[in-house]
Design a protein around this ligand. Structure first.
Ligand code: F6P
Length: 341
């Protein structure tokens, strides 16, 4: 058997761990693996090369992806599906393992319906993909954001400032919630719950009244005020229709400073939380998901995605995984609510 593998969308720590696991499991079967470069651009333009054990040696601790990534959408081209079919045929592939988030796997599900053999592996630091309890990359991003909060704490206290940390999280506030809890933030703002500036400032004032003259606010880039819009940077949208988000921290900064009188500053964590070496947890999860995906490919179980369900790795239909995003529920937010009350 021969399979292709690609990584699409925003990169995240652990992608190389999946690629390595796919190649090593394939080799143990006697199967061959071809790596496509830059997400769906690879099979569309037939940009590919064989992946051997040598190619994946030493990549487990490396962030990013040795295959490169892009936000190429095959369905934005009239001949996208046909070109992918030809790309696979050119290398005599039985099918493809696509490692990606909502966009890459959304395209994978549609391709599978069109008769292209695909298996998905869920990735995103945002942790918002359906059909799995967790995605790799998230744990590393939370670790990085938590370290940032710890550092902000000491300087916030020295200068009696309110420091805002803007983290990623387009549709879901998983990174903000987990790093906010782990870092002991005073206010956590997420896309799932539009915020009210009066509430935020009242909470901060209560803290100051208790003699704590500094505070930490963590805000997800996709958080927005009640009745308002998300803060987007210019530059149009990508091939999947997403605008570049950013700026909610700055907006909060001026409002909070004007209302509380406390000096307020913003740090935007940005791509720092997407880069760097994966945590041990993400390396293990990436490896388990990669092994399961290759085993499913070997068995011809196309149209499925490897997923984490509680502590077990299971295969779920790709269609189920992309049916809806996994956002925060009130239950998920309960612990933070209780601590912040
Ligand atoms: O989907 C993951 C993500 O990190 C989002 O939280 C963020 O909006 C987006 O990627 C940013 O992508 P890019 O770096 O390509 O602009």
């Amino acid at each position: 058997m021969r399979v292709g593998v690609l990584t699409g969308g925003g990169d995240c720590p652990g992608l190389n761990g999946v690629i390595r696991a796919v190649v090593r499991r394939a080799v143990s079967y006697g199967d061959g693996v071809i790596g496509f470069r830059d997400g769906w651009r690879g099979p569309i333009e037939n940009d590919a090369h064989p992946l051997t054990l040598d190619d994946v040696r030493g990549i487990l601790p490396r962030g990013g992806t040795i295959l490169g990534s892009s936000r190429t959408n095959p369905f934005k081209r009239d001949d996208g599906v046909e070109r992918i079919r030809s790309g696979l045929a050119a290398h005599s592939l039985d099918g493809l393992i696509a490692i990606g988030g909502e966009d890459t796997l959304g395209a994978a599900a549609k391709l599978n319906e069109a008769g292209v053999n695909v298996i998905g592996v869920p990735k995103t630091i945002d942790n918002d993909l359906g059909g799995t309890d967790m995605t790799f990359g998230f744990d590393t991003a939370v670790q990085t954001a938590t370290e940032a909060i710890d550092r902000l704490h000491t300087t916030a206290e020295s200068h009696k400032r309110i420091l805002i940390l803007e983290v990623m999280g387009r549709h879901a506030g998983w990174i903000a919630l987990y790093s906010g809890i782990a870092g002991g933030a005073d206010v956590i703002l997420v896309p799932e719950r539009p915020f009210d500036l009066d509430d935020i400032c009242a909470r901060l004032e209560r803290r100051f009244a208790l003699g704590r003259h500094f505070a930490i606010v963590v805000v997800a880039e996709g958080a927005k005020p009640k009745g308002g819009d998300v803060a987007a940077l210019g530059g149009g949208v990508d091939e999947f229709g997403h605008a570049r988000l950013g700026g909610v921290g700055q907006r909060l900064e001026s409002e909070i400073q004007a209302r509380t009188g406390y000096e307020t500053r913003t740090t935007v964590l940005g791509h720092i939380q997407r880069g760097g070496t994966p945590t041990a947890f993400d390396r293990v999860l990436a490896t388990r998901l990669g092994v399961a995906a290759m085993e499913a490919a070997h068995e011809g179980r196309w149209g499925m995605m490897s997923s984490l369900r509680a502590t077990r790795i299971e295969m779920v239909p790709l269609s189920e995984a992309v049916a809806g995003l996994r956002t925060l529920s009130d239950e998920d937010l309960h612990v933070a609510d209780s601590l912040l009350a």
